[in-house]
Design a binder for this molecule. Structure first.
Ligand SMILES: [Zn+2]
Ligand SMILES: [Zn+2]
Length: 427
């Protein structure tokens, strides 16, 4: 295709800058910028026609009205918008005034070109300002989920900067009972801590039903070190408030919103959290991770290993217990939604596998039972039978009442693969 004749037609529409002249040919000659394409066409036309050469002037360009002369300025403004904020990746977007977009279509139409020929001004802006921003900051462009992203609003003459969340993965152990995983606002005052003009009597004015949570004992430290504005705790499921989380701990991700720092020393962070949590909660294996790790932690099928202290309503023999446990080992259990579970959840029967189970009688009325079960298996009900709603159960097999007096989680591991996949870690 001849490029000189469409270029001649484009120039006949009115004064154009080099970028706007070159942009309809943006798909040609990889390695050139639109300004170089435009200037090249201008030079070639001047030589072909033996005309005097006159350079393009953005100030007079009827298509962009001088916008292409301001790439440097926009890049500098973007840099200023994230001053003092740490980031490694970025993305630039541009909101082009509707009039300039319209002009771009008219330009091509008037010259008899496809209205979409080349690329739109928006795309050139993103690339040219993005390139300059990268040179000024040393950051890498990233189209997925960058650390910072910019929207250049040309009409409003404004840079909108968004600082995306940072994420830290780890495993926690909960070493004291009666600590929920996440904040538990008081249901009477809905977390306000007030009862009219008095402090709420249910929560003593704290606003929380439990004064501390795994979240409150860990996330504020991460938020503080990363200098963010808020934080969110994402756990791989949760144990009951009165259960301990022991052994290798439970995977979690702490998300820090609008962090000013990201590349934090995770070993030091781990020590800081453990000092702050004061033996009630412990964390280990902290690593900086991607946003995708949140979904992985929340969605990966995980099996759990539990240890339950069991009390019987009548005397049980060691042989009787061994027989009942053998019957439960590998059993497929049907559990109708337990009474104690959130009543807003739709009642249904779930089917879960007991991977393995073992136990020991402490005395005729007490036993310790360890269960390795598929994710979602209700352990308290597996022991008690939940008045016939769970089948089979230890109580049902023994023919005596059985209740869990203490429940500890010993292990939370991915059913088919470990949670810790290198692809989800930043370093
Ligand atoms: Zn222009
Ligand atoms: Zn209250």
């Amino acid at each position: 295709m001849d490029v000189l004749s469409p270029a001649r037609d484009l120039l006949a529409t009115g004064p154009l800058c080099d970028n706007c002249l070159g942009r309809p040919f943006a798909e040609r000659s990889f390695g050139l910028g639109n300004a170089e394409r435009g200037r090249g066409l201008r030079v070639a036309l001047a030589l072909a026609d033996d005309d005097d050469f006159s350079a393009g002037d953005p100030a007079n360009c009827w298509v962009c009205e001088g916008a292409t002369a301001r790439f440097d300025e926009w890049a500098e403004r973007a840099v200023a918008a994230v001053e003092g904020i740490e980031f490694a990746t970025y993305q630039v977007g541009t909101r082009v005034p509707p009039l300039a977009e319209e002009n771009g279509l008219l330009l091509r139409e008037d010259a008899g070109l496809d209205p979409e020929a080349g690329e739109p001004l928006r795309k050139e802006f993103n690339r040219e300002v993005g390139k300059r921003f990268g040179q000024l900051t040393g950051a890498e462009v990233e189209f997925g989920r960058p650390d910072v992203q910019f929207l250049l609003d040309l009409e409003a003459d404004r840079v909108e900067a968004t600082v995306n969340s940072a994420f830290v993965y780890g495993r926690y152990r909960k070493l004291e009972r009666d600590i929920p995983q996440t904040e538990w606002p008081c249901s009477d005052c809905r977390g306000s801590g007030r009862d009219g003009s008095d402090p709420c009597p249910t929560c003593d004015g704290t606003g929380y039903l439990y004064p501390e949570s795994v979240q409150q004992l860990t996330a504020p430290v991460v938020e503080d070190v990363m200098d963010g504005v808020d934080s969110v705790f994402h756990g791989a499921g949760r144990e009951d408030v009165d259960a301990l989380m022991l052994g290798t701990g439970r995977p979690f991700v702490i998300e820090v919103e609008e962090p000013r720092r990201r590349d934090v020393d995770v070993e030091r962070l781990e020590a800081d959290i453990n000092a702050f949590a004061d033996g009630k909660v412990e964390v280990e294996g902290l690593r900086r991770c991607t946003h995708a790790m949140v979904e992985r932690v929340k969605g990966l099928d995980a099996s759990k290993r539990y240890r339950a202290a069991v009390e019987f309503g009548d005397e049980v023999t060691a042989e009787g217990l061994a027989e009942a446990l053998e019957a439960l080992d590998g059993a497929v259990v049907e559990q109708y939604t337990p009474n104690r579970v959130d009543h807003r959840r739709a009642a249904k029967t779930r089917v879960r596998t007991v991977h393995d189970v073992a136990g020991e009688l402490e005395d005729p009325r007490h036993a310790t039972v360890e269960v390795h079960g598929e994710g979602g298996l209700y352990i308290k009900e597996l022991i008690s039978g939940d008045e016939g709603r769970t089948e089979p159960s230890l109580a049902g097999l023994l023919g005596v009442d059985a209740v869990v007096t203490a429940l500890d989680v010993l292990e939370v591991e991915g059913e088919d693969e470990p949670f810790e996949d290198e692809e989800f870690f930043l370093d």
